[in-house]
Design a protein around this ligand. Structure first.
Ligand SMILES: [Zn+2]
Length: 111
């Protein structure tokens, strides 16, 4: 079993919006009453695409899976899915878990 790091986002005390980003105001309602929260490392693939041509710092990574993952708190975030051996087997609804936080990419998930 791999060690699972937690990752964090923000929670708006006014409208209850949660997002896996660091912002100084709530992206939903603009309120400044936000707090940092740890997000659960488990999620499911909400939608995904296989990127065959990367650009910039992603160029060497292609092909890779870019997905929108929905965590247990119903937070949706854009992430790269690593350790995929067969792109044909990826399905919407697949369970994935947080792997690490890449400073250039953001959250990275894995199967
Ligand atoms: Zn808000």
């Amino acid at each position: 079993m791999n060690t699972i790091e937690t990752f964090s986002g923000i929670h708006c005390k006014q409208c209850d919006f949660k997002v896996a980003e660091y912002t100084s105001v709530c992206p939903s309602c603009g309120n400044e009453g936000i707090e940092k929260v740890d997000l659960k490392p488990n999620g499911i693939i909400h939608s995904f695409t296989v990127v065959h041509v990367g650009f910039g710092h992603m160029a060497n990574r292609a092909p890779y899976v870019l997905a929108i993952v929905q965590t247990e708190e119903n937070v949706k975030l854009t992430t790269v899915i690593e350790d995929v051996t067969n792109f044909e087997e990826i399905k919407i609804g697949d369970k994935v878990q947080f792997k690490t936080w890449d400073p250039n990419i953001g959250p990275i998930f894995q199967y």
